[in-house]
Design a protein around this ligand. Sequence first.
Ligand SMILES: *[C@@H]1O[C@H](CO)[C@@H](O)[C@H](O)[C@H]1NC(C)=O
Ligand SMILES: *[C@@H]1O[C@H](CO)[C@@H](O)[C@H](O)[C@H]1NC(C)=O
Ligand SMILES: *[C@@H]1O[C@H](CO)[C@@H](O)[C@H](O)[C@H]1NC(C)=O
Ligand SMILES: *[C@@H]1O[C@H](CO)[C@@H](O)[C@H](O)[C@H]1NC(C)=O
Length: 363
Amino acid sequence: MRMKPNRNFLLGLCSMLALGFLYYSSGRISLRGWGHKSLYDKQGFLLKLDASLPLELVYKYGNLSEGVCKPGFAAAKMTAIYPKFNKLAPMFLDPNYRQFSKISDFSPPFGIKAQEKIIDILLAATKSYGLGEELDSMSCKTCIIVGNGGILTNRSLGQRIDEFDVVIRLNEAPVKGFEKDVGSKTTMRITYPEGAIQKTEHYEAQSLFVLSAFKSLDFRWLRHMVFNQRLYSTDGFWKSVARYVPRDPMDMRILNPYFIQEASFKLIGLPHNNGQMGRGNIPTLGAVAITMALHNCDEVAVAGFGYNMSTPHAPLHYYEKIRMSAIKESWTHNISKEKEFLLKLVKAGVIQDWTNGLCGVEC
Ligand SMILES: *[C@@H]1O[C@H](CO)[C@@H](O)[C@H](O)[C@H]1NC(C)=O
Ligand SMILES: *[C@@H]1O[C@H](CO)[C@@H](O)[C@H](O)[C@H]1NC(C)=O
Ligand SMILES: *[C@@H]1O[C@H](CO)[C@@H](O)[C@H](O)[C@H]1NC(C)=O
Ligand SMILES: *[C@@H]1O[C@H](CO)[C@@H](O)[C@H](O)[C@H]1NC(C)=O
């Protein structure tokens, strides 16, 4: 029994080293093949990344003291390392969503093609499309995305997490009983039917319920939740789903699917597969949330992201006893490619990683 996690760990380490080597050598080959040294990698990110402020940003931000919200900082730094970045992308779908053409030609999860009718019905019922008056009127917003990683345990970051203007949580990650480490504030919970909290008593008193739709069925599920209709069948879901969401329709939102599209095809560089969902081209919800925040927050931090593979016995999630060694190869996600992307953001100082799980010794 004791040997098994160790063997898994060694296998995992070997494949990680192999992947790292492949990535490194393919980068070198492509540089030589073109005969000139590109400054950018395949995705369009600057190859040489460090957290220092580019000259053009020093004037704007250099004088601001620590802790003061820097307007436009995340997007400015993102643009500095990834010139293709275009900040304009609304957080949630609103009645003007048809004018956001980037999502119109893609089916879920990358867009809204053939879902317009149901989306119109949903938006007519929820009537609200922003974060709320107070947050929407702020000229500078700091956001933190709290991942579910066991790396949050015993770090006592709760109070500092609560100081962010916007606290984003994912799926069913609980707050109650874990406040000291994960905070008690939840501005929004981004989720999909299979990941949503199922026990109604586990919902926090207030927070926006945000659907990130990965398939067309997810929009139909949301319609049941919004109109409080009984769900007769769960055919088509990949595990059990929430059957009741204790939220007023005015507190429900639909996440702009553009963030899934951009994270997958542009930022991480997963297979395009003709714009269809396919093997290994779905970003994790965490990466989607970070992508959303880059467009909509002035400063972005994360906590509870990344797995420390040197500690196979450490807990995978902060709220349950599953160990790190239980981590499985996923068919939908490509964790190693996704980690390369997140590492770039941390290395360049676009996002702050409060639990230092994405870089480890690399930054
Ligand atoms: C920052 O400080 C420098 C020198 O102290 C000053 O010239 C510059 O105007 C300041 N920038 C801003 C944005 O306040
Ligand atoms: C967290 O701290 C508690 C109390 O000190 C301890 O019992 C527990 O083992 C710690 N958990 C981890 C994952 O370090
Ligand atoms: C992840 O991406 C790498 C590099 O493109 C590829 O070799 C690997 O097969 C992918 N893994 C999955 C699960 O799709
Ligand atoms: C991962 O765990 C090892 C062993 O406990 C530790 O030395 C290292 O600092 C950890 N890395 C991170 C990123 O926490």
